[in-house]
Write a protein that binds this ligand. Structure first.
Ligand SMILES: Cc1ncc(C[n+]2csc(CCOP(=O)(O)OP(=O)(O)O)c2C)c(N)n1
Length: 361
């Protein structure tokens, strides 16, 4: 096991003192440490943004930054990696810390299986040199730094589950809203028209939606593909104009691919509604803050409703559901989920099959 503080100190010894990335549950303790202790830490909306930020940091300081991410984020970094940092383009080094979800032989959720099996092969394919992080991290950091100095290319450290010691975040920026996401979901479900369909985002939202329903055929639980639930819902809404489609989104997921929003708005649909459970955090992976406090959701669509209590939610729901235009409902909720929150019992493929049958009924 590695103590997050010692790992941080080792990095800063070599002037790696700019930290950026998108949080991951496997890196939770290290992320918590840098949140408390680093003066140069930026949580990005998307891993690709973090790579670009690291490149900017290098241009300004000639020092590599550390970019952390879950291995699902590798997809988001491919473009800036190959068309910005690449040795045949600008040749810019940075150190990556990658949480290895779905490592072969370790039990994990279906959305991590292929990504986990391919993680090292993907790094090989894109020409990134890597090491699997271990207790000899001092040597590994030194090796990475030497490599980055000599080649000006990125280097990756791949972090297995459980590699970091526990670190409890002191600097919690937890909001004070009264309602939980689960309460909000249960209240919405009571009011939704019977034959409407829901596409829900990754993490706790889909798990809570699943738990709140006895029958699951109206719900597409997007277990992976963070930030794309709204575009999946758009695809359905465009092809099924007679069905009401609701997207249950998170603020972190919305920010990750926010470009989807004006495209949805441009379609002037009457059967698409977007609901954001805004807890100002990446709750599902450790409640690290998002930047959602700094945007006004009222700018996103022409019809936006915003509530921050159960009373307001119950008052606004009939108007929101009845409005015959694309609309957004922002629900400000507190962080946290039930300790005994379950996971879907059906596989994603079973979920898809049931959903498609019902949608095409
Ligand atoms: C591309 C990608 N990067 C990172 C993750 C890890 N991850 C899973 S859920 C999540 C947080 C989602 O936050 P939000 O959408 O605000 O929902 P909340 O968990 O707060 O309900 C993150 C970062 C991921 N699944 N995919």
């Amino acid at each position: 096991m590695i103590n997050p503080e010692l790992f941080y100190k080792e990095l800063t010894r070599y002037n790696i003192s700019c930290f950026t990335g998108v949080p991951d549950s496997l890196l939770k303790d290290f992320c918590a440490y840098i949140t408390d202790c680093s003066k140069n830490h930026t949580i990005c909306a998307n891993e690709g943004n973090a790579v670009a930020l690291a490149c900017g940091h290098y241009l300004a300081t000639q020092e590599p930054a550390l970019v952390y991410m879950q291995n699902s984020g590798i997809g988001n970094i491919i473009n800036p990696l190959l068309s910005l940092a690449d040795k045949d383009v600008y040749n810019i080094p940075f150190l990556m810390l990658i949480g290895w979800r779905g490592e072969p032989g370790i039990k994990d959720e279906p959305q991590h299986k292929t990504q986990g099996r391919l993680t090292l092969k993907l790094l090989d394919t894109v020409g990134i040199k890597y090491e699997i992080l271990n207790e000899n991290f001092e040597e590994q950091v030194q090796k990475a730094v030497t490599y980055m100095k000599e080649t000006k290319e990125p280097f990756a450290l791949v972090a297995r589950k459980g590699i970091f010691d526990k670190y409890e975040l002191h600097n919690k920026q937890i909001n004070t809203y009264e309602m939980t996401r689960e309460q909000a979901i249960r209240n919405i479900l009571k009011k939704l028209p019977q034959n409407s369909f829901i596409v829900s985002t990754t993490g706790y939202t889909s798990r809570e939606l699943y738990e709140a329903r006895e029958e699951h055929s109206h719900d597409f639980l997007t277990v992976g593909s963070m930030g794309h639930a709204s575009s999946i819902a758009l695809g359905i809404a465009l092809s099924k104009p007679d069905k009401e489609i609701f997207c249950f989104d998170g603020d972190g997921a919305l920010l990750m691919h926010m470009g989807a929003v004006p495209v949805i708005a441009s379609k002037s649909l009457t059967n698409f509604k977007h609901i954001i459970f805004n807890n100002e955090a990446h709750d599902s992976v450790g409640a690290q803050p998002t930047a959602s406090k700094y945007i006004n959701f009222k700018c996103l669509y022409n019809n936006v409703f915003s509530v921050s209590s159960e009373k307001e939610l119950l008052e606004i729901l009939p108007d929101f559901i009845q409005i015959n235009k694309t609309a957004l409902l922002e629900i400000k909720v507190k962080c946290g989920a039930r300790k005994d929150l379950g996971r879907p019992k059906e596989s994603p493929i079973e979920n898809k099959k049931l959903f498609m049958e019902k949608l095409n009924d």
